[in-house]
Design a protein around this ligand. Structure first.
Ligand code: HEM
Length: 497
């Protein structure tokens, strides 16, 4: 026994000393006392700003080049569209996701598209674009969303509206909605989360815990801290491992089941489609591919819908204009709550309002790459090899230089041309779905889902802020996607009653 304990202590000490030297020699421990680094290290920015992203937006507006450096993080942050073009398009090969990112998310995402570069990424990208672009998968996704609205979303909202004064957290509803839909699309598996009384899904909880704890690794002052905890299987790392085990068990069961039932014509879910091209014995790779989709497609749609409804509640004129558009395209009345794809294509004002809401509240507030080699950005900023380079959609949506002096206003009209038709913006100015070779492959699906949710709710219900729950600034929790602290508490009134 004593021998084992001594061995463990010696191993830990060796690991600790080795990692410390490794960290120091790789210059991961930095010190700088410039204004920005000092405010970051002492958290003094919290005196004036609610969210870190608001502070960064302020600094980026103040910077003549719309770019700043946070030396202690070895990081360059930019809100300059020509730099975004440089990083995501012109010098794409110099800015991969990088090892730092893939190590942090590796346990959860493995070799999935979200976490890979080079040939592994290219293979999945090709497959994903092909599948998500195919008519059969689009029709399948539309049918899933439609069913979720008619059989789950509407009954839940109706139930709350029949009890005047009962408060519903709309963010939670959207998270349940998008988890059900992306699980059905990816795995052909229905977690059945959106029903009363809101059940706890083992899969959803494991997934939430795993993505939150993985994201928190990035906030550790040194990777050494979480790596030691992982080796020792203690604290958050123990919890992370347990959650990933749950995901692996469930994913493994689903893959086995699919293999047994065979790849019939009826299976349009992504796992069945990917199974046809991934080597038979590589179930782990299959699991990785699909888990990336869950991560990419779940919280993003929920975050986008939450930001949209928060803005709508505060802008009843926009809500009325959308309602008028829905009446024009779908015919007046409250009865039909789901629109066809053709009808949705004609909803330019709603489309504009969704884009405008994601300008102010992008689901992915910032996104980082790592420089492979020394480089100079378009605005002249020098980037040393290994630097984390972040483009910041949240700050970019709040730049007068990009959107004009009324950038703080929620104005769907800025996305419409003189004929009232939607006018897209250059993605390097609006990288909400990223831009270039790694632009979001689920963009069309995400818009279809968000539009469908908006149509159903706006057509049948009136949503109002509940009590004192609203402040002028949304407070976000740290994580990979924007999640509002405290959710979106609302009161609901069904219009036909
Ligand atoms: C409003 C909703 C969404 C937003 C704002 C969004 C945004 C993004 C962003 C910013 C990226 C780049 C992330 C990075 O490289 O680090 C991305 C990538 C991706 N998204 Fe989305 N996304 C949304 C919905 C979806 C949905 C519904 C799906 C799947 C059905 C999806 C699938 C993907 C995939 C697979 C990638 C990886 C692409 C690659 O690396 O080549 N997304 N998305």
């Amino acid at each position: 026994m004593i021998l084992i304990i001594s061995f463990i202590i010696v191993s830990i000490s060796f690991f600790f000393i080795f990692s410390l030297f490794h960290t120091i020699f790789n210059q991961k421990l930095r010190y700088c006392n410039c204004e920005i680094c000092h405010a970051y290290l002492t958290s003094s920015w919290r005196k004036d700003f609610v969210n870190l992203s608001d502070w960064y937006a302020h600094l980026l507006r103040r910077s003549p080049t719309s770019t700043i450096k946070v030396h202690v993080l070895n990081s360059v942050i930019t809100a300059n569209p020509s730099n975004v073009e440089h990083i995501l398009k012109t010098r794409f090969h110099n800015y991969p996701k990088g090892k730092q990112f893939s190590v942090i998310l590796g346990d959860l995402l493995g070799r999935g598209i979200f976490n890979s570069d080079g040939d592994t990424w290219r293979f999945q990208r090709k497959l994903a674009s092909l599948e998500l672009g195919s008519v059969s998968v689009r029709v399948f996704a539309h049918a899933i969303v439609r069913t979720e609205i008619e059989t789950r979303l509407i009954p839940v909202l109706t139930s709350f509206s029949s009890e005047p004064g009962s408060v519903l957290d709309l963010q939670d509803v959207f998270r349940r909605f998008s988890f059900d839909t992306i699980s059905k699309l990816s795995f052909g598996f229905d977690p059945d989360c959106l029903r009363l009384p809101f059940p706890t899904s083992e899969f959803a909880v494991a997934f939430d815990t795993a993505s939150t704890l993985s994201a928190k690794r990035a906030l550790a002052p040194s990777p050494l801290l979480w790596k030691i905890k992982r080796v020792l299987r203690i604290g958050s790392e123990k919890q992370l491992k347990e959650s990933i085990d749950v995901i692996n068990r469930l994913a493994g069961d689903l893959i086995k089941h699919r293999r047994l039932t065979g790849l019939t014509e009826k299976n349009n879910d992504l796992i069945s489609r990917f199974m046809a091209v991934v080597a038979e014995e590589d179930d782990e790779y299959l699991r990785d591919i699909v888990v990336s989709f869950l991560l990419a497609g779940r919280d993003t749609v929920a975050a986008g819908s939450t930001g949209f409804f928060w803005l709508l509640i505060h802008h009843p004129k926009v809500e009325n204009r959308i309602r008028e558009e829905l009446d024009r395209v779908m015919g007046p009345g409250f009865e039909s709550v789901t629109a066809s794809c053709d009808e949705m294509r004609d909803m330019d004002y709603l489309h504009a309002a969704l884009y405008e809401s994601m300008r102010l509240y992008p689901p992915v507030q910032f996104d980082s790459k790592f420089a492979l080699n020394d480089d100079v950005l378009s605005d002249g900023t020098f980037v040393k090899r290994g630097t984390r380079v972040t483009y910041h959609p949240y700050a970019m949506g709040r730049m007068g230089r990009i959107w004009g002096p009324d950038y703080q206003e929620f104005k769907p009209e800025r996305w419409l041309n003189n004929e009232g038709k939607f006018r897209p913006e250059n993605p390097v100015k609006y990288p909400v779905f990223q831009a270039g070779a790694r632009v979001c492959v689920g963009k069309e699906m995400a818009i279809m889902e968000m539009k469908s949710i908006a149509v159903a709710i706006i057509r049948r219900f009136k949503i109002r802020a509940a009590g004192l729950g609203f402040t002028e600034t949304l407070r976000f929790m740290p994580g990979l996607t924007a999640t509002v602290n405290g959710g979106l508490p609302v009161l609901i009134q069904e219009m036909r009653t």
